[in-house]
Ligand binder design. Sequence first.
Ligand code: GLU
Length: 553
Amino acid sequence: MDHNKLAELLFPHIDKTPADYEAIYPARDLPDGAMVTRLGPSPTGFIHLGNLYGAFVDERLAHQSGGTFYLRIEDTDDKRYVEGAVETIITSLEFFDIKFDEGALLNGEKGNYGPYYQSERGEIYRCFAKELVKKGLAYPCFLTEDELADIRAQQEAAKETTGIYGKYAEKSRGLSYEEIEANIAAGKPYVVRLKSSGDHDKPAEEIRHIQVDDAIRGTLSMPENDQDIVILKANGIPTYHFAHVIDDHFMRTTHVIRGEEWLMSLPIHVELFEKLGFDMPVYCHTAQLLKLDNGNKRKLSKRKDPELSLDYYRQEGYHPQAVKEYLLTILNSNFEEWRIANPEAPIDEFRFTTEKMSSGGALFDLDKLNDISKDVLVKIPANELYDFLLGWAEEFKPEVAPLLKADRSYVEKILDLGRTGNKPRKDLICARQIFEFISYFFDDYFVIEDTIPEEVSDEDAAEILTRYLDSYDHSDDQSAWFDKIRAIASDMGYAAKPKDYKKNPDQYKGHVGHVSTVIRIAVMGRSQSPDVWEIQQILGEERTRDRIKTLIV
Ligand code: GLU
């Protein structure tokens, strides 16, 4: 077989050579040790926590080392293309402060290693497919869907490995130039397959093992590939395997961070790199994200777990810093220790390493995220928190945005409630919850949610509030204010101190706590809240009095 002739028959229009592409995409001019990483999402429109998790690793490795992080759109499968998906990817990641240096942009692209859309790189892939055919390392295969299905059924019945290898590849490998030419002339569709040098029929002990140093998993040893995998589909579009190898070589990627679901096909990639004569990048296969469900670990599912979608965090109004901080705790086992030692340090000062990544499943836990979020938010000054809350409201709860805008300093005071001093309250988690938490400060959202304690009768409640209103002086300091409540309590037969009531419950109707709960409910509608005196100071005299009056019936 004259392989050059075959290559010309299959790819008559390809005139560039591998050397041309080496010249078009030269080695990058970067400092020693700089890493080049990429995110290669398919534009399916669904961007999930796994993407963020991977992107975060990419971003940290590139930017910590003075390297480059780029976005490549893996859109070779048009069935999965969703309009606006690229925008979703870029804006969703930007929200978490993950920015690309190069690659696909909101409009167009940037960088010297493009095109960054695989759908526009057809010529490059075909050039290398042609090159492999020329060297006798790839061949056209005309097996029809039916023939492939028959082979598969036969293999399944015989409990053999499925795929095209060994004797199953013989028919297509053995076609003569004339047969191929006749098939093409007859318009028969064909794929291009790699002619694997692995031998499926070798005894197990003689099978060559490939060794790959994975930056997360250490040295991996796996049997070499022996499948004649498809490199170009019948429509001329490359498979993931082929496209990734060519792209990562010519985009000069140094580190490929991808999910562990790709580990299985690593031997294919090793063979492709070898046959194409390219150096391999460093692979980093990340662990899957798992969650605990009734005590069992399972993969996060698109259907069952809304928290898998990145939109969830934006809609709930999680602060990006909290999500990042949380992701680092699951990504790097030494992060929490570092955080304890450096409570105030910006997150970017943490030195992220692949060695500290776990290769087992990474457990994702919303409760833990919420705890971290509380710690993160308590450190964010009220004026910044205000901007964040308003930004969220404008997008996800527009009806409350005017309320927040009406009086900035009022809202800032509310947000700061109980957060100063050396034992700050940590009750703020995410924007949606923050708004619910503070909603009683806005008359439109003020509702009486709780009921008065059972120790207090309705008549007593009305009397407590009447007396409270009569004695109310907005300029009282906290202790003068509370003394008045104590006085009301003892006048009406409630213990001025809870412990007196506990000692002699028969002598009292209840204690001062029950009395102040009545006031709390009148002012805030809730029996649990930060300090009532401070809340009244923020609400102002008029609003405070109005709320109390409303409840006296
Ligand atoms: N397009 C592939 C995916 O979405 C990318 C895998 C890779 O990063 O190599 O899974």
